[in-house]
Write a protein that binds this ligand. Structure first.
Ligand code: APR
Length: 238
């Protein structure tokens, strides 16, 4: 444990499940009543803008009714106390990591609480409805704001920064993700290729479970605090 200095953590919808936010590939495979591919694509936005903007308006509003759970809080504690490098890469678009206090954080799929202007590309924090014709704060264009969410077929954010962190990682930890969507699903192999140890904390085996050196199955609210205690104890032990 003492040789671990640089940690990369990948989180998915499973870390927010115990806060009450639905995961994407639950039992019915339908997410909030939609096929994910039918609501999270540029084509869906072009075909039925109002439906997509309303869908994300509702998800943005729902954030006010949920709170970080012990898994988010444990990662925020790790962020405060880990003396080495740390990068939390989340696939989630909720703001629960931030609200728990995480700072060394990157949203590779964008954020519900951010708007993207389709006219000028400006991204800015945003908490309201996108159906009310709000003007872009940078270029002033009306009705040009869309959810700052990376749709299927679009390029995730900050991949260079993620690749650099994976190349330098001594430990890669995956929490609450099914391993169904690339490039995130390939991070474990990239980390291993560069010599990192790999750990999966998940409710059930994922598509990539066999790529991990170690797998712990259970709820994130139990596994993550226990793991953070363990790694910080090892850091204290030197
Ligand atoms: N604790 C830990 N893991 C959990 C919990 C829990 N309480 N509840 C569910 N899980 C696990 C499930 O077993 C599953 O492996 O979380 C994972 C959730 O998988 P998905 O619903 O596929 O979510 P995710 O992996 O984040 O999806 C990746 O797909 O639709 C796109 O952009 C979207 O970011 C998303 C990406």
């Amino acid at each position: 444990m003492s040789e671990i200095r640089n940690i990369v953590i990948l989180t998915g919808a499973g870390i927010s499940a115990e806060s009450g936010l639905n995961t994407f590939r639950g039992p019915g495979g339908l997410w909030e009543g939609h096929r994910v591919e039918d609501i999270c694509t540029p084509e869906a936005l072009a075909r039925n803008r109002e439906l997509v903007l309303d869908f994300y308006d509702q998800r943005r509003a729902a954030l006010g009714t949920v709170h970080p759970n012990p898994a988010h809080e444990a990662l925020a504690r790790l962020d405060r106390e880990w003396r080495g490098d740390l990068l939390i890469v989340t696939q989630n678009v909720d703001d629960l990591h931030e609200r728990a206090g995480a700072k060394r954080l990157l949203h590779m799929h964008g954020e519900l609480m951010s708007a993207l202007c389709e006219q000028c590309g400006h991204r800015a924090g945003y908490g309201g409805s996108m159906l009310d014709g709000t003007l872009c704060g940078a270029c002033g264009t009306a009705d040009a704001l869309r959810p700052d969410i990376v749709f299927f077929g679009e390029m995730p954010y900050e991949m260079d920064r993620i690749d650099t962190a994976l190349a330098q990682a001594d430990l890669f930890v995956s929490i609450g993700t099914s391993g169904a969507v690339y490039p995130a699903a390939g991070f474990v192999r990239s980390a291993r290729y560069h010599g990192a140890r790999t750990l999966e904390l998940n409710l059930e085996p994922s598509a990539g479970s066999y790529d991990f050196d170690e797998r712990r199955m259970g709820p994130a609210s139990v596994l993550v605090p226990a793991w953070v205690d363990e790694i910080l104890l090892a850091q204290a032990g030197g």
